[in-house]
Design a protein around this ligand. Structure first.
Ligand code: BG6
Length: 463
């Protein structure tokens, strides 16, 4: 029997752009725009117009989530829905009323709102005018938007997050071309990374100016931590893993929790002539505005080996000059998604946070299994019998439980996701939900995992 600490939170995560549909939205975000330009870039040509219809269906959706035992929901407020004028932060009243109704409905269903402010969804107007987070001006605009959210909903929302997976903004938009603006520019990615940390600190400052020492309100950020494991004990593989860890994890984790960048990373980037532009005042702000709580999205480890080709082959600068990804023979895979399944990494994360990050309060803000064509697993009543998802969660929860027993300060587990949702370029290819969404009818029904999660959340334990 695995029993979790008293008050452990059993939740689910989603985001505004992936669940709402862009009904009545004032502006486009980068994905809305990209889809209008190139629908073929999205799996089966399915775009963000309807997604899971949460905009119209939120009352029913929240009731279903309650039935699946979801006691907290992380979603995000879309900058492109809430704000009418990005420079002045004038609000779009329809957008503001929508989020207000959603928050009330969450509370009415016994679901605690965890509200995030950016889930990859830069308004396209700011991307085109300023380059999005390439620009420091946009970090100020983001803080203004964040402040507006706190003012509008802070009376009912205690848990706030500045970003979801800032690293994916670099990976997708500036390195590997799976998000708009589809650039390949290593040095620019470095600057965007810095500006994202800066934007987060500015939003946290706005939060603290409003709430001061009020400990009932907390702000954090959500990072996708992918522990870097070397392919072997050889010094070259070890060096590759050391850089991968700095780049993939510490570049965001250290400023967020400790208030500074890893010295080693700064030295490498400086030596390579690609260090971000920084000012002493900005570094001071980062130092002062660390997070209260950390959300960790975990799906897969990051196995690396020494690069096969000389760094001279990759010009201009890319972080990949320091590592190649390593496909470990015999690894366990989620073959639909193409991600290795390695639950022990969650234990390693727990212990790392305990030992190197002041044992800060944290929670698993995403973990889950994406599987395609789930109709394959339907029983005669039409219920998806997703035993593979239950097994996946159990294995990860066992590793997490071990980390908590070892003293790590983890207070919750949020599955990705409650209801099947739209996933950017992958659209509806892989389904992650505890609740199935038939996207042709928008009829939503609990999967076997939804029933299992209900029991888990109510017992606070599983066998
Ligand atoms: C997470 C993101 O990293 O992965 C989500 O925060 C995303 O937004 C999820 O939907 C799953 O991604 P995919 O591409 O497998 O559907």
């Amino acid at each position: 029997m695995y029993t979790f600490p008293k008050d452990f939170i059993w939740g689910a995560a989603t985001s505004g752009p992936q669940s709402e549909g862009n009904f009545k939205k004032r502006h486009q975000n980068v994905f809305d725009y990209w889809y209008t330009k190139d629908p073929s870039a999205f799996y089966a040509g399915v775009g963000p117009d309807t997604t899971s219809n949460f905009y119209n269906d939120y009352e029913n959706d929240l009731k279903l989530m309650h039935q699946a035992g979801i006691k907290a929901l992380r979603t995000s407020i879309q900058w492109s829905r809430l704000i009418a004028d990005f420079e002045t932060c004038e609000v779009d009243q329809k957008g503001a009323d929508f989020y207000s109704r959603v928050i009330d409905a969450m509370l009415a269903n016994g679901i605690t709102p965890y509200i995030n402010l950016c889930h990859f969804d830069m308004p396209v107007e700011l991307q085109h005018k300023y380059g999005g987070f390439e620009s420091k001006h946009v970090t100020d605009l983001f803080a203004g938007f964040a402040k507006k959210c706190f003012e509008l909903y802070g009376d009912r929302v205690d848990h706030w997050f500045t970003f979801n997976e800032p690293k994916v903004i670099l990976d997708g938009g500036y390195l590997y071309q799976f998000h708009y603006p589809l650039k390949v520019d290593g040095p620019l990615a470095v600057q965007v990374a810095y500006n994202l940390n800066l934007a987060s600190a500015k939003a946290i400052k706005a939060f603290r100016e409003l709430y001061g020492q009020d400990k009932s309100k907390k702000i954090g950020t959500i990072l996708n931590l992918t522990p870097a494991y070397p392919a072997s004990d050889s010094p070259k593989d070890q060096a590759a893993a050391e850089f991968a860890e700095l780049w993939a994890n510490k570049m965001f984790l250290e400023p967020a929790v400790l208030g500074h960048y890893p010295q080693k990373l700064v030295e490498i980037l400086e030596r390579d002539g690609v260090l971000w532009e920084q000012t002493p005042a900005e570094l001071q702000l980062l130092k002062e505005q660390t997070v209260d709580v950390l959300g960790v999205n975990f799906y897969h480890p990051f196995r690396v080996k020494a690069p096969a080709v000389s760094s001279a082959s990759l010009q201009p600068w890319m972080p990949d000059i320091y590592f190649d990804e390593y496909e470990m023979p015999g690894r366990v895979m989620n073959v639909d998604k193409g991600w290795e399944i390695y639950p022990k990494a969650l234990y390693d994360i727990a212990v790392n946070i305990r030992d190197n990050y002041n044992n800060i309060e944290w929670f698993v803000s995403e973990n889950g299994m994406g599987v395609s064509s789930e109709e394959r697993f339907m029983d005669k009543n039409g219920m998806v019998c997703d035993d593979y998802r239950i097994e996946f969660m159990k294995k990860h929860l066992k590793a997490l439980h071990r980390g908590i027993k070892a003293g790590s300060n983890c207070h919750g587990y949020f599955v990705w996701t409650g209801i099947d949702c739209w996933s950017w370029k992958n659209a509806y290819r892989n389904r992650y939900g505890l609740i199935r969404d038939d996207i042709h009818t928008q009829i939503k029904t609990l999967k076997k995992s939804g029933h299992w999660f209900h029991e888990l959340s109510n017992k606070n334990s599983f066998e």
